[in-house]
Design a protein around this ligand. Structure first.
Ligand code: GLV
Length: 324
């Protein structure tokens, strides 16, 4: 005889593989619209849930946990970032929270590398020239960018994605430095030829600064006016982590005044809104949070989240509990 079926609420659309794995063992209610679920609908739907499978667009706070009820055992976030989850509120209610590390490392590092190339080589700007049907012609001095070979990439937050980007950057001929609370293993530093620097030195000496730290109250506006003042005027900023790590208004100011050379953003402070000051600037590349957006990665994320929920509902330890 199997275990009794539990109630699992999936708060947004996820790949079918994840839904099917959950349905095989439990009663599943899933929001099946590509738009995020309205909050009042979400609060109604979660009532009586034993497990929630959540997206980063849902705020998992005390109100939501209480709306689910005291039987709730796990919140399985389908994202590596879990700043949408109030961890103390989960802990107080003995609710386990899990995320999806590992499976989106390579796809997110790919987008960071793409943004490095798009910004330094002005690729999005060039595409706009053609699409807007402006007259153009190959020319010796037409749309010159900056080469990245021999330049220093400064990685802020040397977790799995930071390391994956360092590997890519190295193969493009860049040198790498990083800033992180802890040093990475000495063998990894040797392999990547990278040194750990404090933030001030990293900002002052990097040609490209790429953000890969989690978002928390400690990293809120970590990159703001002071950081832009410390950066080189020919430096670029890349952010594929979380929008509010960067002070977006200060960034718009730094870009429009030439304080830094350019930026590539996949995430925004108030997604899906984008600071209007950025929209007219040619020296910023703007992507709509595509870091993990491949079929393979999203399938792996959904499957891992489902496996976390299934494990906890079976009484086993989760595969990837959040570190917090
Ligand atoms: C995406 O942004 C994630 O945190 O997985």
């Amino acid at each position: 005889m199997g275990l009794p079926r539990s109630r699992v609420v999936i708060t947004g659309m996820i790949p079918e593989e994840g839904v099917a794995a959950l349905r095989a063992e439990h009663d599943v209610v899933a929001w099946d619209d590509a738009q995020p679920i309205p909050r009042d609908e979400l609060l109604r739907r979660v009532a009586g849930a034993d497990a929630l499978v959540t997206l980063l667009t849902e705020k998992v706070d005390a109100e939501l946990l209480d709306a689910a009820g005291p039987q709730l055992r796990i919140v399985a976030n389908v994202a590596v970032g879990y700043n949408n989850i109030d961890m103390p509120a989960c802990r107080e209610r003995n609710v386990i929270a899990t995320n999806t590390p590992g499976v989106l490392t390579e796809s997110t590092a790919d987008v960071a590398m793409a943004l490095i190339l798009m910004t330094t080589r002005r690729l999005a700007e060039g595409e706009r020239v053609i699409r807007s049907q402006q007259p153009w012609q190959w020319g010796m001095f037409f749309m010159l960018g900056t080469g990245i070979q021999g330049r220093r990439l400064g990685i802020v937050g040397m977790g799995q994605i930071g390391v994956a980007l360092a590997r890519r950057a190295k193969s493009f001929g860049m040198t790498v430095a990083y800033s992180n609370r802890r040093a990475v293993a000495p063998q990894l530093e040797d392999e990547l030829g990278c040194a750990r620097l404090d933030m001030g030195e990293l900002l002052a000496t990097s040609d490209i600064v790429s953000v890969h730290c989690p978002y928390s109250s400690e990293t809120h506006h970590l990159i703001g006016a002071e950081a832009f003042a410390a950066m080189r005027p020919n430096a670029f900023l890349i952010n594929t982590a979380r929008g509010p790590v960067v002070d977006e208004a200060a960034l718009a100011d730094a870009l429009s005044t030439g304080r830094i050379a350019g930026a590539g953003l996949d995430v925004f402070e108030n997604e899906p809104a984008v600071d209007p000051g950025l929209l007219d600037l040619d020296n910023v590349v703007l992507l709509p949070h595509l870091g993990s957006a491949t079929i393979e990665t999203r399938t792996a994320m959904a499957t891992l989240a489902a496996r976390n929920a299934l494990a906890v509902l079976r009484g086993d330890a989760p595969l990837t509990p959040v570190a917090g």
